[in-house]
Design a protein around this ligand. Structure first.
Ligand SMILES: Cc1cc2nc3c(=O)[nH]c(=O)nc-3n(C[C@H](O)[C@H](O)[C@H](O)COP(=O)(O)OP(=O)(O)OC[C@H]3O[C@@H](n4cnc5c(N)ncnc54)[C@H](O)[C@@H]3O)c2cc1C
Length: 452
């Protein structure tokens, strides 16, 4: 938006491409000595300003691009452990594992470009993380270079050896050091994947259905529930209008208004999938769901990584568009959905722009779920960034006021910095800053992000 509104692009002074852990360590040592900021860069897909080349109090900024630090460096199929260099991208992870009949099962929407190191550094969640677990649940061990030396954790399956250094590196967003290697839990590649669509009368009915599924231990691997507005827009934009008209007619014929669409995905062999689907269906039926068959789910799966390309096109055509996400308990979910939606609509409407706010549940847990909002408005010419900031601030204040998390999977970067203390507390923040001071005394690592 800054570029499109003519306010210039922030660029680093130098980009370096180390090819080994030792080269990363050498870059950090040199930058600490020369008083130069270092910005680790994986796929560059951060949506919260994580790779902005900010200099902080330093004279220069070096972007440390991990594009040469790639590949599968160790595999223990017996223990289902795979170690990747941090710059390995999603497609390469799945290609290298797929050749051995394995999968990681981590598919963020940015899958095509994002990297193993970036996932770990941001606590990423993939589209199938309800079943496979978020990246925090898949990372078994990490190796990182810091300005003070190496940090490495064991690949033991569990440990009681005090607070976890692994947990400190997860979500560290490049402010402690550079993750160079990640050991992940992998699984046999599923023989089949099945995406089913369901219609529900209302969003509240849908969230209750998902809660019932996950609390009964019957959650699918992928669970996605669109609210009324998102359902309305996705049906209106369908590439198959005839099929969509038939779908609407079918739902009405079953005595329901087209309310909310849910997509549930199951991985496994044919028998496992059949068994899991049957169990899920019997629970869903009690919540007024109508099964719509595999076609809408297959259409979703086909376009699962396409959203970002639409976003850039919309920005170029004068439409403000962004997303934000949060998570809270099942009890608080309905109220948070209503209040964040209202805050976004109010903030954008106050600036006189026609507005659209949509939401879906993207991940479910036994105790709660995430909400993923997309908001669109006509751009306010000359004040595009201020318009975006007003919407972002309004939503963030509602989220933190409700004791929900400021970010379920995008991370903190620069955008969520003002609200981090509300989530972790002043003492918590001071403790994290003390760790940073220990491993990065000069403060060269990614200044202005996360702990700034
Ligand atoms: C279209 C789109 C869809 C997205 N969908 C999802 C989604 O479904 N789920 C999700 O979780 N996120 C999503 N994101 C956000 C983003 O893709 C994730 O945060 C992702 O994990 C970032 O990975 P990356 O390799 O691109 O990291 P980058 O963007 O390069 O970096 C992210 C942060 O991590 C730091 N970093 C990167 N690599 C390292 C390293 N090796 N060591 C230390 N620090 C490092 C960077 O300095 C930065 O602070 C999406 C983004 C886009 C643009």
């Amino acid at each position: 938006m800054r570029l499109r509104s003519g306010r210039g692009l922030r660029a680093p002074d130098v980009v370096v491409y180390p090819g080994t852990h030792d080269e990363v360590a050498a870059v950090l040592a040199l930058c600490a000595q020369e008083w130069v900021a270092v910005i680790p860069f994986g796929g560059g897909t951060s949506v919260v300003g994580g790779v902005e080349p900010l200099r902080g109090s330093f004279g220069a900024a070096v972007t440390l691009d991990l594009a040469r630090l790639t590949g599968l460096s160790a595999l223990d199929p017996h223990s289902q452990l795979a170690t990747f260099a941090a710059g390995t991208t999603g497609p390469d992870v799945e290609r290298l594992l797929g050749a051995r009949g394995l999968t990681l099962g981590h598919f963020p929407q940015s899958f095509e470009f994002s990297t193993v190191g970036g996932w770990a550094a941001t606590r990423s969640a993939g589209q199938a993380s309800t079943g496979y677990g978020r990246i925090d649940a898949l990372v078994v061990a990490l190796r990182a270079a810091t300005p003070s030396g190496d940090l490495a954790t064991l690949a033991a399956p569990a440990s009681a050896a005090g607070p976890s250094v692994r947990e400190l590196l997860l979500g560290s967003e490049g402010v402690l050091g550079v993750i160079t290697e990640v050991t992940l839990r992998v699984r046999p590649r599923p023989a089949e994947q099945r995406y089913d669509a369901y219609s529900l009368p209302r969003f509240a009915a849908g969230t209750e259905a998902l809660r019932a599924l996950v609390q009964a231990g019957a959650a699918p691997d992928l669970a996605r529930l669109s609210d009324e507005e998102e359902t309305r827009i996705s049906l209106a934009l369908s590439a198959r209008p005839v099929a969509t008209r038939a779908l609407r007619a079918y739902i009405r014929g079953r005595g329901q208004r087209p309310g909310c669409l849910a997509i549930l995905g199951f991985d496994g062999d044919r028998g496992q999938i059949a068994q899991r689907r049957a169990r899920a269906r019997s629970i869903l039926r009690r919540h007024g769901t109508i099964a719509l068959g595999p076609a809408p789910g297959a259409a979703w799966a086909k376009g699962r990584f396409h959203g970002a390309y639409v976003r850039d096109e919309l920005l170029s055509r004068g439409v403000l568009v962004d997303t934000l996400e949060t998570a809270t308990s099942w009890t608080a979910l309905g109220g948070l959905h209503r209040d964040v939606g209202m805050a976004l609509r109010d903030a954008l409407a106050r600036r006189g722009a026609p507005t659209l706010v949509m939401c879906h549940v993207s991940h479910v847990y036994p105790t709660g779920a995430s909400l993923y909002f997309t908001f669109l408005a006509r751009q306010q010419a000359g004040a595009e960034l201020e318009q975006w900031q007003a919407a972002k601030t309004a939503a963030s204040e509602v989220i933190t006021g409700a004791a929900a998390t400021i970010t379920h999977h995008h991370g903190v970067g620069t955008d969520h910095l003002p609200w981090l203390a509300t989530e972790v507390g002043e003492v918590g923040l001071a403790a994290l800053r003390a760790v940073k001071a220990q491993v990065d005394a000069a403060g060269i690592m990614n200044p202005g992000k996360l702990l700034a």
